[in-house]
Design a protein around this ligand. Structure first.
Ligand code: NI
Length: 255
């Protein structure tokens, strides 16, 4: 079944039909969803969703755009939350210089601190990176990531950056941008990266894949990402779904 490794169902855009849409996942071949926190509240909301739906899991952490809001007390709360049995990752963490020009230094500190936290609590981490690839790779290279390591969410950088990420023992997650017209870069990345290092995601409600582009995204559309990967790799879509599911289960240690 399809495994969506990165979703935001606590988003207000799901307020009207959250339960209806999530309850319909199993019958639509969506087997697992990880809901990702971006600050204290959304981390708590992610855990609440994971407690309510057996097929949902949570990641907890501070997104780079919220990094300047993270107090020491918040950090300790995140550490506590990481012990919850359904928390399977620290995230999303990382750097975003597109939105956060004035908080770059704070972002780098919060990123490094949360990578160290992931190692301490023995969880993998999910990385957000926008317009900050050089610093992002540098921080990852300079960090003791521990055994579990991390994955790049919604990867949209070059093949060369993908190689650097794989060399660090990390995984790459592909989202709906792969299906966007003229996206040569991500097409090259998918052809280059072995299927054993790939996972798939929606980042919903954002970034709906073609032919749903512009709509509110949900895990019901993630099959379009699997289909595009299958087409690019010349594989059967069922194999892509099965392998990416196994990759995610192994990486996040979910049975
Ligand atoms: Ni996200």
């Amino acid at each position: 079944m399809l495994f969506d490794v990165h979703a935001h169902y606590d988003d207000g855009r799901f307020d009207e039909d959250r339960d209806i849409i999530l309850s319909s996942m199993p019958e639509n071949n969506v087997g697992h969803i990880i809901n990702i926190g971006y600050n204290l509240k959304s981390s708590m909301d992610s855990i609440a969703l994971a407690e309510k739906y057996p097929f949902m899991y949570a990641a907890v952490g501070f997104h780079p755009s919220d990094a300047h809001l993270m107090t020491d007390e918040d950090f300790d709360r995140i550490k506590e939350m990481a012990k919850h049995p359904k928390v399977v990752a620290i995230g999303e963490i990382g750097l975003d210089y597109y939105y956060g020009k004035e908080t770059e230094e704070i972002q780098r500190e919060a990123f490094a601190r949360q990578i160290a936290l992931a190692k301490e609590v023995n969880l993998p981490f999910q990385v957000h990176n926008r317009d900050s690839t050089r610093d992002c790779v540098e921080i990852l290279k300079g960090s003791d990531m521990g055994e579990r390591r991390g994955m790049m969410h919604c990867f949209s950088e070059s093949k060369e950056t993908a190689k650097k990420i794989l060399d660090l023992g990390m995984k790459i997650s592909i989202g709906g941008v792969l299906t966007f017209k003229n996206n040569v870069k991500t097409v090259e990345v998918v052809k280059y990266v072995p299927l054993s290092d790939l996972m798939i995601e929606t980042d919903c409600p954002y970034l709906a894949p073609v032919p749903y582009r512009g709509k509110r995204n949900s895990s019901l559309y993630i099959h379009a990402v699997a289909e595009k990967i299958a087409e690019l790799k010349g594989m059967d879509v069922d194999e892509v779904i099965a392998v990416t599911e196994k990759n995610a289960k192994d990486f996040f240690e979910i049975d």
